[in-house]
Design a protein. Structure first.
Length: 119
């Protein structure tokens, strides 16, 4: 029933992340709404899902994420030509504290400039 919900566009990647566990790469906190026409045997909306990757892909991603500050982020969920659900993932690095403050300052400056021009 999960694939039917994904086809209907009832999936969300907000606050989703990937993590390595002993047997592979898992997607955590991905929300796929329960299928409306499903039976009592429906899936749970926020269960953990295992990603199917080749051993070489797993090793490459794990090696990159062992470096400090890197994390695996799902970017896109789509259905391919064969009807299979695919998940694009990216490896990203979090912002430093001074970067966050700088971005916040720029955002606040832009907001104040917009207010000045509005008046």
């Amino acid at each position: 029933t999960e694939i039917k919900s994904i086809r209907l566009g009832k999936a969300s990647l907000v606050d989703t992340y990937c993590i390595f566990e002993k047997d592979g790469l898992w997607v955590k906190n991905m929300h796929i709404t329960e299928y409306f026409y499903g039976s009592y045997n429906n899936h749970s909306a926020r269960r953990d899902r295992k990603l199917l990757l080749n051993k070489s892909e797993l090793n490459k991603i794990e090696r990159l994420t062992k470096q400090s500050g890197f994390t695996i982020i799902p970017t896109r969920l789509f259905i391919n030509n064969k009807g299979l659900a695919k998940l694009n993932i990216a490896i990203g690095k979090g912002k430093k504290q001074y970067d966050k403050r700088h971005a916040l300052r720029e955002k606040e400056d832009k907001r104040s400039m917009d207010r000045m021009f509005k008046i």
